[in-house]
Design a protein. Sequence first.
Length: 268
Amino acid sequence: MNTFVHTHIAIFPICEGVFIVDDAPGEVSSEVERMAEVILVIQHFDLTMIQSIQRFFNADSFWRVRGDLKRESEILLVNGQREPILEIDVGVWYRFRSVLIGNQISGHFSMDSSDCEMQLLAKDGVYLEWMPRRVSELYLAPGSRSDFAVRCTSTDVISVNLMSRIVHFPPGSIPDSNLKVLTLVVTPTNNPASGPTTVSDLTVVRIHRPCYLASTLQAPKVDSSHFIDFGTGGGNHVNFFKYGERGGYLAEWESGQLVEVRSCPPSK
């Protein structure tokens, strides 16, 4: 018998992983280069949704959700573990590479101790133009990534929780959930300063980025009368004309005429 497995079950709660592309030499500061890395593959399981899908499509499938869903209807796994514990050294910066896997949710991540701080490095694999930037909360949508640095400075052995406020889509349809991602156990370190990054404050540097990532906030205004608008109302439309009504082309100009060529400002 062939077992049908719905895409929601086959992908978002099961298959996961990360593909890390190494930084080019000199692409980031030496402080970031020396940081110990921690990979976080965060999976959100909506158990109610999975159970509903499996009952509708395949009551006898190999994937089953059991238990009292009124007591617990969603969970988070980190690298396949629930609420794992990670030991880190006090005063040392760690680089966390995170990805969120889920469906119709977003995650707002924060730490429950003022003894620890987070510095944002990159979003979706793209470094901030000015990096790092201190943040109190990180936002992740399904499939999105975030690189951030963490350091805790308590002189005592402490436990710090990385928490997530899960917002369901559409917002307000289901009350937000507060779930623990992992616990950091902060302990004294014997690492020399020449090893992991132990500076008190990270140096903010400007990252050289390719032209297509240059900021357009300060770019001069341009003639925006030429545009291509795609729509699907009652059929495929381009610039408000149904596909095929304009003979298969979008616009016309004289042969040899340079319409407009623009290049984005280089990142300095």
